[in-house]
Design a protein around this ligand. Structure first.
Ligand code: FE2
Length: 135
């Protein structure tokens, strides 16, 4: 009960905070530099994130985490959160069908691709700072 409902609360609180009207564009600040360092460039990172998250079987989330001084992409089923495996999530995208079926029906990859147009990079940078000092 705590894992599912508590996870749902934590995950969606993050989700609403890392999006904003008129968001998107290229990353800014420290996260931009870290994405370049760990993935080469933003387009490569986005492609890897979208491909990995699209493959999440059933309902779940795609995540950008910071672990051992590097960014990494991972997914979790249901409302699980990487924090349970010791990683603070910098950014996450909801791939439960409820997140996209009204607009995208079964086209999860299209949703994933367009979702980047909502990202609040200022907030993501705040979360990156927290991730760096986590633990
Ligand atoms: Fe959701």
């Amino acid at each position: 009960m705590v894992r599912n409902n508590g996870g749902g609360h934590v995950n969606h609180t993050m989700f609403w905070e890392i999006m904003k009207p008129g968001g998107g564009g290229i990353p800014t600040g420290a996260i931009e530099e870290q994405i370049k360092a760990d993935f080469g460039d933003f387009e490569t990172f986005k492609k890897q994130f979208n491909e990995t998250t699209a493959k999440q079987f059933g309902s779940g989330w795609g995540w950008l985490i910071y672990k051992d001084g590097k960014l990494a992409i991972t997914t979790t089923p249901n409302q699980d959160n990487p924090i349970s495996q010791g990683s603070y999530p910098i950014l996450g995208n909801d791939v439960w069908e409820h997140a996209y079926y009204l607009k995208y029906q079964n086209k999860r990859p299209e949703y994933l691709s367009n979702w980047w147009n909502t990202v609040n990079w200022e907030k993501v940078n705040e979360r990156f700072e927290t991730a760096k000092s986590y633990k």
